[in-house]
Ligand binder design. Structure first.
Ligand code: 4AD
Ligand code: MG
Length: 476
């Protein structure tokens, strides 16, 4: 018999028809009721076993985690919250899961515990819901840009440059580390390495995406990026996915309009395509809020927060205006911020969260940051102090997007590279874009996992990527 996926079965299964389902046992109650999940949906299907006429050895092997195949007939269910169930006619164990050893039991496991079981955790409701939302958001991103006529550009993972100039790269080498080639001065000799130069994993596909913008017009990247920043936070990964659109003939205002449209589209897309999973995550979020101290609780539920973001305009203001707002806040006056506020600081997440959660109570786009806290490629403003940068700040997350208009003037760009110690020889091709047919252009980078955090209401970025990479951890 052809297998029917549980999602399809629950939506369309007709009473009286014969079906086959395959999946993993979630629970087996009273030797009679098997809850089966196959990953196609958060919902289980119940199979009812005629235990008096079933071999005892088989019954013993129906344990949490076992993979099974069930043939049977669809009946109306008396159970609460389920339309149908399967009256099992034959059951086959495809793969046993010894209950003495199988780590996932039908009870609530902590997310910390599950992180150590990354190979099994997608079999839980929470992680499977997050992974399905992740899939739909990825698909939605491609749809959004495809519908707008952007080309999906594949930028390299191995590069010879540090796009952000922050020195947080992972080196790539095939050198024998026990006995590396050395120059006469005793330094590592990269001319003998695989690429005959020093290379690293990319921190951003932006610089190559600019090549795309200056030829195809409107492009976006969507790939893994790597940062060796030693940030043990709930918002940082060493390997994360980034979406980086780059557009010719866009100024900063066009860039802001695009990012706002994109974020609203994606949140709507998730609400439309992940209704069951988000309903589950909404409940989970509500539970979690209850266990937090009053002051830290979110005023809105998860779904209400998503609706709020898509229905309201983002607040737009400059960095300098934001500093004034912070300086005039009670938090500053009562010295409640941990980090001092003054023009020129890199905003800390406590400042970002104050602006978003207390002052404006909605997403905020901050523009025109001091040039000294931003990357070398940003367009320098007339004032000589700021650049045409934009960061999008979200409730509960802080920075979710960073972007800018790009410097297109060859001399100004070179001067900034010199000031910021960015090696010109690695980026000769990037500089040539300013020599041959330079044109205004802008772009931004959306941290994919930060978007998933926001949409799912999860608290830790390590729980929204299948195999998280962070300091001291690359087990899986
Ligand atoms: O602000 P960032 O560093 O900007 C860039 O990389 C630019 N090249 C983007 C561009 O203009 N094309 O990173 C962009 C976003 C951040 O806003 C954040 O959401 C995410 O990437 N991000 C991280 N996410 C998870 N873990 C990390 N370690 C991250 N670092 C940045
Ligand atoms: Mg940034």
């Amino acid at each position: 018999m052809r297998r029917t996926k549980i999602k399809e079965l629950i939506a369309q299964g007709e009473i009286g028809s014969k079906v086959n389902v395959k999946g993993w046992v979630r629970t087996f109650r009273n030797n009679q009721f098997i809850a089966i999940n196959d990953g196609s949906t958060i919902n289980n299907i119940q199979a009812v076993v005629d235990f008096q006429n079933t071999d005892e050895n088989l019954l013993k092997r129906i344990t949490t985690g076992a993979a099974i195949s069930v043939d049977g007939e669809i009946h109306e269910s008396m159970g609460k919250g389920q339309r149908i169930e399967i009256k099992a006619e034959s059951i086959e164990i495809l793969g046993d899961a010894d209950p003495e050893e199988y780590p996932l039991q039908p009870k609530k496991h902590s997310l910390e515990f599950l992180r150590e079981k990354a190979h099994l955790r997608p079999r839980t409701n929470t992680i499977s819901a997050v992974m399905r939302v992740r899939h739909h958001l990825a698909y939605g991103i491609h749809k959004f840009f495809n519908d707008k006529g952007f080309a999906y550009m594949h930028t390299p993972v191995i590069t010879a440059s540090d796009a952000e100039g922050a020195g947080e790269t992972f080196r790539v080498t095939t050198m024998d580390l026990d006995n590396p080639a050395r120059t006469e001065e005793g330094k590592l000799d990269f001319s003998k390495d695989f690429f005959a130069k020093e290379t690293n994993l990319t921190v951003s596909g932006q610089l190559e995406a600019e090549v795309g913008a200056m030829s195809l017009g409107e492009v976006y990247t969507f790939g893994p990026t790597f940062r060796a920043e030693n940030s043990n936070t709930t918002r940082h990964l060493a390997e994360f996915w980034m979406i980086e659109p780059e557009m010719a003939f866009y100024n900063l205002k066009d860039n802001m309009d695009l990012v706002e449209e994109m974020l609203k589209y994606l949140i709507n897309y998730a609400m439309e395509h992940c209704a069951d999973d988000l309903a589950f995550l909404d409940q989970r979020y509500a539970q979690e809020q209850k266990s937090k101290p009053q002051a830290e609780r979110s005023e809105l539920g998860l779904l209400d927060r998503l609706k709020f973001v898509v229905e309201n305009e983002f607040e737009r203001l400059t960095y300098s205006e934001a500093i004034d707002v912070l300086l005039n806040s009670k938090m500053h006056k009562k010295k409640k911020f941990k980090y001092t506020v003054e023009w020129g600081i890199d905003l800390q997440s406590e400042h970002e969260r104050y602006l978003v959660e207390k002052e404006y109570k909605k997403p905020v786009i901050l523009t025109d940051y001091p040039k000294d806290i931003k990357a070398f490629y940003m367009k320098q403003n007339e004032d000589g102090k700021t650049v045409g940068a934009m960061d999008v700040l979200f409730p509960g997350i802080g920075e979710i997007v960073g972007g800018s208009e790009r410097e297109t003037d060859y001399d100004k760009l070179v001067q900034r590279m010199v000031e910021m110690d960015v090696p010109q020889e690695d980026l000769w091709w990037y500089l040539e874009l300013r020599k041959f047919g330079t044109a205004p252009h802008s772009g931004f980078g959306l941290g994919f996992e930060r978007l998933i955090l926001f949409v799912t209401g999860m608290g830790n970025i390590r729980d929204v990527i299948p195999f998280p990479r962070f300091p001291q951890s690359a087990e899986f």
